[in-house]
Design a protein around this ligand. Sequence first.
Ligand SMILES: *[C@@H]1O[C@H](CO)[C@@H](O)[C@H](O)[C@H]1NC(C)=O
Ligand SMILES: *[C@@H]1O[C@H](CO)[C@@H](O)[C@H](O)[C@H]1NC(C)=O
Ligand SMILES: *[C@@H]1O[C@H](CO)[C@@H](O)[C@H](O)[C@H]1NC(C)=O
Ligand SMILES: *[C@@H]1O[C@H](CO)[C@@H](O)[C@H](O)[C@H]1NC(C)=O
Ligand SMILES: *[C@@H]1O[C@H](CO)[C@@H](O)[C@H](O)[C@H]1NC(C)=O
Ligand SMILES: *[C@@H]1O[C@H](CO)[C@@H](O)[C@H](O)[C@H]1NC(C)=O
Length: 202
Amino acid sequence: MLFSSSFVSAAFMLFSSVTALPQPENGELASRTTGLCAPGSYLYNATTCAFCPAGSSCDGKSGVAQPCGSGHYQPSVNSTACLSCDSGHFQPSFYQNAKGANNTIPCPAGSYQPYGAQAFCYGAPKGRFQGLPGQATVCGTCCGWAAPLVNNNISPVNCNGTTPNAWPNSGDGCISSNTTCVRAASCGQLANGTCPADTFSG
Ligand SMILES: *[C@@H]1O[C@H](CO)[C@@H](O)[C@H](O)[C@H]1NC(C)=O
Ligand SMILES: *[C@@H]1O[C@H](CO)[C@@H](O)[C@H](O)[C@H]1NC(C)=O
Ligand SMILES: *[C@@H]1O[C@H](CO)[C@@H](O)[C@H](O)[C@H]1NC(C)=O
Ligand SMILES: *[C@@H]1O[C@H](CO)[C@@H](O)[C@H](O)[C@H]1NC(C)=O
Ligand SMILES: *[C@@H]1O[C@H](CO)[C@@H](O)[C@H](O)[C@H]1NC(C)=O
Ligand SMILES: *[C@@H]1O[C@H](CO)[C@@H](O)[C@H](O)[C@H]1NC(C)=O
């Protein structure tokens, strides 16, 4: 019994890995009438079209379900095209079961992405910070405040008066020599993402 069920399982896996197309999901099969499958479906076998799964697009012409590539996603079945991630979002899109991604991911706090259709977010570098998820821009620090991490600064640190850094061109650390700027009492980002006044924002 044990040998028999292991054999069946191994044979199924072999079959699955040979067929590159996604398996049709329950209740999502269309009969192939003439020639091509309809847009939003793909050729599952010689006689059957299957509705395009989430995470893929099916233009109908090629007959295949094309997994969404990196920076792209598709939450719906029956689609003819994948969607591009908006700025402030990303999708690395590793394929699972021959499907692409069905969602777009907000950049975590401490990172940002200015462009659409991207596979990653930039970490907020030295002198910059980003306290909110899903943002396209990054904030600079204020006079008297610094963002010292190489990457992933979520909020600026207060240099506490005696060691203001040079605004607006640095902010990557607290320094003791430069007192040419007027120290800011606070350096908070607004809840709607607006950067503190008088800082670099880009
Ligand atoms: C195609 O797949 C459908 C659904 O699994 C099945 O009913 C049909 O017999 C298959 N046809 C061929 C030619 O394999
Ligand atoms: C996909 O398209 C088929 C054919 O038009 C339809 O029957 C089915 O309900 C659709 N599925 C969804 C989830 O919209
Ligand atoms: C989206 O993809 C994930 C990972 O493959 C899966 O667990 C989830 O069920 C999918 N959701 C939809 C709505 O297809
Ligand atoms: C710097 O200021 C912050 C708040 O403005 C305070 O929490 C912190 O203790 C201060 N650090 C030092 C070393 O004075
Ligand atoms: C001090 O700040 C000014 C004005 O931002 C800047 O031009 C200058 O390079 C800074 N000097 C040092 C040593 O950081
Ligand atoms: C963010 O909020 C501030 C304060 O309420 C407001 O002045 C500003 O216009 C808002 N910015 C955006 C882009 O909504």
